[in-house]
Design a protein around this ligand. Structure first.
Ligand code: PAP
Length: 342
């Protein structure tokens, strides 16, 4: 039985000894982070290059910490995506599939249904994940090659949601320009966002390598990685929800089918439904993780939720630039993006 995770229970009051150990580990991580190449684009958002990918500097302590501390169990499910690829949707669906209570999404922001691991670990305390009820669902944006070996080696499962990078860029562009902090940073023009994104200089970028790593692992070990596409989810949500449920070890029973459970999960997780709820419209998200400077508006996880919105923003040259990179990077991998041509 899946019960509600209480993230606060993962942070007991530390002993003096724990405090000293955590402080030492933190200082050690900071030294390592400050030695990494740095870039400041995207409205002064500081990025660091770690193992071939650009991580937000504020999150990197969490990445280093969880690489050290994370001990997955075989029943854990990791919901993984490149930022702005539909993580919120994936979390809502996975939560509703697990609980079989999609109506609970009316009183809970989907981002609060499963902790983002690197954010969870980025604060001053190391969370005790054993306090979370099993089966646990986590989310992360960490590339496959940067996940700890414990995740690679464990029978835990990964669901990866991939989105057409042009739509991901447009979503990122609006998200970053909508951020309240840093207050002084000017709005960013789209041309500059495209330039940085194509060079991989974006949160967890480059997107193409990110997607390719999970794609290749899903081909090698389909039991380990279920590779889904935002566009397929939009085209036939019920079919994808059934695949997810099977993969999560929670297939729908004849009674579920009779009761219209699949349709209810799709309906309660839909953009239209979620974006209209007060709980998803008002207030800031992220405050509880002691990362106040990263707190973002809850509403900013819902913009318009469309496939192909890039056609409203891109010139033909921008689109060709993206498509040329995809052709080059995905060459002979079998990975393609649907709905990608102008
Ligand atoms: P994150 O990476 O910060 O967690 P994420 O949820 O991946 O954010 O990205 C938000 C995008 O998913 C937004 O896309 P857009 O800017 O192109 O509109 C958001 O609208 C979209 N999204 C959120 N919820 C849903 C949903 N239920 N169905 C479809 N798209 C959704």
């Amino acid at each position: 039985m899946f019960s509600t995770p209480h993230f606060s229970e993962c942070f007991d009051t530390p002993t003096e000894e724990q405090k000293v150990d955590e402080l030492r580990a933190r200082q050690h991580h900071e030294e390592e982070i400050y030695s990494l190449p740095r870039h400041e684009g995207w409205r002064q958002l500081s990025l660091r290059l770690y193992k071939g990918f650009w991580f937000p500097e504020a999150i990197l302590p969490g990445v280093l910490s969880l690489r050290h501390h994370l001990r997955p169990t075989s029943s854990d499910i990791f919901l993984v995506s490149f930022p702005k690829s539909g993580t919120t949707w994936l979390k809502a669906l996975a939560f509703a599939i697990s609980t079989r209570k999609p109506e609970l999404l009316q009183s809970r922001h989907p981002q609060d249904c499963s902790p983002n691991l690197e954010t969870f670990f980025a604060g001053p305390r190391v969370p005790d994940l054993d306090a979370l009820p099993s089966p646990r669902q986590f989310s992360t944006h960490i590339p496959y090659s940067v996940l700890p070996k414990s995740v690679h080696d464990s029978p835990c499962r990964i669901i990866y949601l991939c989105r057409e990078p042009k739509d991901t860029l447009v979503s990122t562009y609006h998200f970053v320009n909508g951020m309240q902090r840093p207050e002084a940073a000017p709005q960013m023009p789209l041309t500059e966002a495209v330039e940085l994104f194509c060079k991989g200089l974006t949160m967890y970028g480059p997107v193409w390598e990110h997607q390719l790593e999970y794609w290749q692992e899903s081909q090698r070990r389909p039991e380990k990685v279920l590779f889904l596409k935002y566009e397929d989810l939009m085209a036939d949500p019920e079919a994808i929800v059934r695949r997810m449920a099977e993969y999560m070890g929670k297939p729908f029973s004849a009674a579920d089918e009779m009761n219209g459970m699949v349709g209810e999960i799709v309906r309660f997780s839909s953009f239209e439904k979620l974006s209209g709820l007060e709980i998803n419209k008002v207030g800031l998200w992220g405050k509880e993780f002691d990362l106040g400077h990263l707190a973002i508006k809850k509403a900013s996880f819902f913009r318009n939720g469309k496939v192909g919105d890039w056609t409203e923003h891109f010139t033909a040259e921008m689109a060709e630039r993206f498509d040329a990179i995809a052709r080059d990077k995905f060459h002979q991998s079998g990975l393609t993006h649907s709905h990608s041509s102008v």
